[in-house]
Design a protein around this ligand. Structure first.
Ligand code: NAD
Length: 515
């Protein structure tokens, strides 16, 4: 395990200062910064050292924040969409300027490697670019009316306050996927980040605040409320002033949020857990399969919703494939994620480490065999593990659960139909892939008889979605879609209109009105 410890305190303060984050920070924003609730110390998983303190908002402060965010909607929705796009363009440019510092803060706060931190900020910049273009394309349709001299049309209007609740593993990208679209759609945003990653949330909110002020808009358009999910989160779930709740997190959390939001007939986008699988065919190019699966399984230390958690390998190539993958695993550089040599940083906290170790014991108890890894590394105050591969026969009960850690299940198949059934045989439905040079196999995989996931890739792995496509998954993944394609429609309300320019009354469905 590599370690670079030098000048830790100095580096941390440089990064925090450059992003306007202080030793102690109020956790609420809606034009002014506030927070007088419980103070929480934010600990880096790299060394277990305190980075800064955040003071949570109280329920009363939350209400004040929501009032202002809701008021800001009244004027923001009237700003022409292309003008709103100009604001998002400037937010994107500010992110470009702050890319290095923000990436470092992501790495310090949640432990992903710096190269992945940079990738996350790039994703934010990309979604801003997409949203800017979109701000001139929020199009409705016109349909032929069944009545003479009538026009039938639909148009899209701003929706209201979007409550964005985010997970720790993409602490800022998920906010940006939602916020860039919400802003051009004319909505305002109230963000509740993970309590494990509040500093990156403060940094991003400050970036948006500055831009909104420069343009002369109400900065409450991008509001923030840091606090526990069970109090601040539930206030968002239950308040009818929040028109849309976009929730990213675990399946149990999403089940809870979905029920509460549905209860009040609010809208929700649920982006929940995954259980990504890659089918490796006997016609696969192993030079593609091995690195794609390796990155998919160990990237972000196995803490992506799209992480490759299962590989389903044709029995005829299983041994050759296993040998190559194990060789790569054996030389995984693990350590300080700021060091470019390391491919894997720590897990987010000690709970995550214990969850992984417990899952490994369960795998063994259910008949699985550990092929490599799965040990906690001795590093004081930190949460480093070796990535694990477990050989299993089919989807054991533990395999059907999402263990949010670098734990990869290896299984074999005989026929492509059997492989697809294994791929689909879990409750989650987010990301899937097949590695094959056989077109019939890949087309089958992409057909209605194939993968049941929201994402189905060919000859590339399960993780690393591009923002241009709609992102989300089926079954217990929650069914939501964010990011590209027409995902913007979830952030707007559709209005259908009939316009009569005939000068006469003509009823639909040919009904005659005799007066
Ligand atoms: P988590 O469920 O512990 O927390 C997610 C968020 O929910 C946090 O902000 C938390 O404070 C909040 N929360 C907790 N209780 C709440 C409540 N009652 N009401 C409202 N919000 C509440 O998840 P996590 O550990 O931060 O993240 C990992 C999980 O997120 C994994 O399951 C992963 O697959 C999933 N995830 C999914 C996607 C996706 O796009 N599908 C993306 C990233 C992460």
């Amino acid at each position: 395990m590599n370690d670079i410890n030098e000048s830790w305190g100095w580096v941390v303060s440089q990064v925090l200062n450059s992003l306007g984050v202080f030793e102690t920070n109020p956790g609420g924003f809606s034009g002014e910064w506030a927070g007088s609730g419980k103070a929480q110390r934010v600990v880096s998983p790299i060394h277990g050292e305190v980075l800064a303190t955040v003071v949570n908002v109280t329920p009363q402060e939350f209400d004040g924040i929501l009032v202002k965010c809701h008021q800001a909607f009244a004027s923001w929705k009237l700003v022409p969409a292309p003008k709103r796009g100009e604001v998002v363009k400037e937010i994107g440019d500010a992110l470009r300027r702050n890319k290095a510092a923000l990436a470092e803060l992501i790495t310090l706060e949640m432990g992903k490697t710096l190269r992945e931190g940079l990738g996350e900020v790039q994703e934010m910049i990309d979604i801003c670019d997409l949203a800017v273009g979109l701000s001139r394309q929020l199009y409705g349709l016109t349909m032929p009316s069944e009545r003479r001299m009538h026009r039938l049309q639909e148009q899209w209007h701003p929706l209201g306050v979007v409550g964005v609740i985010t997970a720790f593993n993409f602490p800022v990208a998920v906010w940006s996927w939602n916020t860039a679209l919400a802003l051009v759609c004319g909505d305002t945003v109230l963000w509740k980040p993970s309590s494990r990653t509040p500093l990156t949330a403060i940094a991003c909110t400050k970036i948006a605040e500055k831009v909104l002020l420069e343009f002369g808009f109400d900065p409450a358009i991008c509001s923030l409320a840091i606090g526990k999910g069970s109090d601040i989160g539930d206030l968002i779930n239950t308040d009818p002033r929040v028109a849309l709740v976009s929730y990213t997190g675990s399946v149990p959390g999403g089940r809870h949020v979905g029920k509460l939001v549905q209860e009040r007939f609010g809208r929700h986008i649920l982006e929940l857990g995954g259980n990504g699988a890659v089918i490796v065919s006997d016609k696969a190019d192993l030079d593609i399969a091995v690195p794609s699966i390796y990155f998919g399984a160990i990237g972000t230390s196995g803490q992506r919703c799209t992480t490759t958690r299962r590989i389903i390998v044709h029995e005829s190539i299983a041994e050759a494939f296993k040998t190559r993958l194990l060789e790569l695993y054996s030389r995984t550089a693990i350590g300080d994620p700021r060091d470019g040599k390391n491919l894997m940083g720590p897990l987010v906290d000690a709970v995550a480490v214990n969850t992984m170790l417990d899952a490994i014991e369960t795998v063994k108890a259910q008949g699985g065999k550990i092929l490599c890894g799965g040990e906690k590394l001795p590093a004081a105050g930190a949460c480093y593990v070796t990535p694990c591969i477990a050989e299993v026969i089919g989807n054991l009960p533990i395999v059907k659960e999402e263990t949010f850690a670098p734990l990869l299940y290896f299984m074999t198949y005989k026929t492509i139909e059997e492989a697809i059934a294994l791929q689909n045989g879990v409750p989650q439905g987010l990301s899937s892939a097949i590695i094959t040079n056989d077109q019939r196999e890949s087309e089958l995989f992409l057909s209605a008889a194939g993968s049941d996931c929201g994402i189905a890739n060919v000859n590339t792995g399960t993780s690393g979605a591009e923002i241009g496509g709609a992102f989300g998954g089926e079954k217990e993944t929650g069914g939501g879609r964010e990011s590209g394609s027409d995902a913007w429609k979830a952030y707007m309300r559709r209005q259908t209109s009939v316009i009569n320019f005939s000068g006469q009354v003509e009823l639909a469905q040919g009904i005659i009105l005799e007066l």
